[in-house]
Design a protein around this ligand. Sequence first.
Ligand SMILES: C[S@@+](CC[C@H](N)C(=O)[O-])C[C@H]1O[C@@H](n2cnc3c(N)ncnc32)[C@H](O)[C@@H]1O
Length: 275
Amino acid sequence: MRSERSLTQQTWSALRATLIGCGLAEPLLRRGLLGLEETRRRLALRHLPAGGHGLEIGALHCPLPLPSGARARYVDRHGAQELRQLRADAGASIVVPDLLADGFTLGCIANASQDFVVANHVLEHAVDALGTLEHWLRVLRPGGLLFVAVPIGERCFDRGRAVTPPQHFLDDRRLTAAGDSAAMRERNRTHVEEHLDIAAPALARERGASWTPLRDEAREREIARLLGADASQIHHHVFTPESFAALLGLLGPAARIERVACSSVEIVGIARKAA
Ligand SMILES: C[S@@+](CC[C@H](N)C(=O)[O-])C[C@H]1O[C@@H](n2cnc3c(N)ncnc32)[C@H](O)[C@@H]1O
């Protein structure tokens, strides 16, 4: 039997489809009332360059639709088989990465070589989000486009975690550039603890799985794992639309923010590299 909630959702989906059919998509988009896929699709087709060549980092199972003639190379730190194991919830339709690389630094990509960089639900996994945005800008040609989506903290399993303030991003950038790994480890430990105390149990609930809090040595082992090679498995930073716009603003004159739009669950930021 269908639940009351799913009936409400179905009614809203049907109403939304009717409103889109009546040409009311743009007002719905401006108010953040379109679903995630429809919002991404509309923004991508409007802002990404037709015929452009670029990168999408961490597409996993939902590559961004591209305008006509545009082509993306897919970058991930894991190969397809590993992704299928790590993210069984993503289903069978995982995008096979063209490049296995650290998408936060893109060390194998030449400066000013790309027409666009797309990264949806990836930036919140970076320990140095501002530095990561700077690397993405580095590989864009002048006038190239950055398309980045992050989850709204309050609408995902991060609900209850503190929103990351702009100064935190500046401090992460400074400490990372200075190579102060001890200070970064301390800061990241706070994120891992928030993940274990708030996000991981909520995620388990979302997936209908059981959750047993880890204690003592087992907890310390998990913290060490998530501070090490598996650091990008958790959300290090938590966003609101305002805080995400503030982070993009920290790029300064190197980029012009073209749009910050919301769907029901995420914020999409679109910025153009200065010419
Ligand atoms: C949460 S999934 C995002 C999936 C999809 N783009 C979406 O919008 O839902 C994060 C993806 O980014 C990849 N990823 C995380 N950190 C990465 C890194 N440092 N370099 C490259 N890929 C990374 C993960 O392997 C995964 O495929």
